[in-house]
Design a protein around this ligand. Structure first.
Ligand code: B4P
Length: 192
């Protein structure tokens, strides 16, 4: 199996690049952001619980997110591999993911980290808010909080995988196609 993590701050382009990686490498997509937004749209109990955290730019509690990911892994036996997008976002989530994969005698092969300066992240979120209808994009205080949460809670995930030599950083500035080309090169270099 090929199990990849696409990592980066909010608005770095994880969702954008995921679509292209999935099409090229035939992986199963697990985007915790998309899963949570679908729960909210369907007005499930989990969605109602998650909405408050997301609207404020905070992380949804680990146990909620880990449970969702566990379900998708369990319900997709025999896939070629998974692309984890926006997950893990805390060290506890990273440890839980490793434990889940271990149950299937699998592990994370590579973390691709998108590097994008803060001013560009804010500009992209402002732009996305015009069409996405996402309340977490529209408010500048919420945007700042999301970037703060990334620095305080999520960056530790990169250090966690770095200790196993599994992290590679890619410049997330430039055209979508150029960034995808750089990501593909990294994947192919590791797993050709
Ligand atoms: P996510 O859905 O993961 O979204 P994101 O980090 O905001 O965006 P992403 O990096 O995917 O950016 P995109 O491609 O859209 O998280 C949303 C919220 O869900 C979190 O704040 C949290 O509350 C909750 N959540 C999710 N996962 C969780 C977890 N594991 N634990 C706890 N809580 C969790 O790109 C952004 C914009 O930039 C787009 O408009 C795009 O068109 C544009 N763009 C992309 N690439 C570009 C490029 N190269 N140049 C110019 N613009 C570009």
């Amino acid at each position: 199996m090929l199990n990849l993590i696409l990592f980066g701050p909010p608005g770095a382009g994880k969702g954008t690049q995921s679509e292209k990686i999935l099409a090229k490498y035939g992986l199963k997509h697990i985007s915790t952001g998309d899963l949570l937004r679908s729960e909210i749209a369907n007005k499930t109990e989990l969605g109602l619980k998650a909405k408050g955290f997301m609207d404020e730019g905070k992380l949804v509690p680990d146990e909620v997110v880990i449970g969702m990911v566990d379900n998708v892994i369990m319900n997709n036996p025999g896939v070629y591999g998974f692309l984890f997008d926006g997950f893990p976002r805390t060290k506890a989530q990273a440890e839980a993911l490793d434990a889940l994969l271990r149950q299937h005698e699998e592990n994370i092969n590579l973390m691709l980290a998108l590097d994008v300066p803060e001013e560009e992240l804010i500009a992209r979120m402002i732009n996305r808010a015009k069409t996405s209808g996402r309340t977490d994009d529209a408010d500048s205080e919420v945007q700042k909080r999301r970037i703060g949460v990334y620095k305080n809670e999520t960056l530790a995930v990169a250090s966690y995988y770095d200790q196993f030599g599994k992290v590679t950083t890619v410049n997330g500035l430039g055209s979508v196609d150029d960034i995808f080309s750089a990501l593909s090169t990294e994947i192919d270099n590791h797993y050709a």
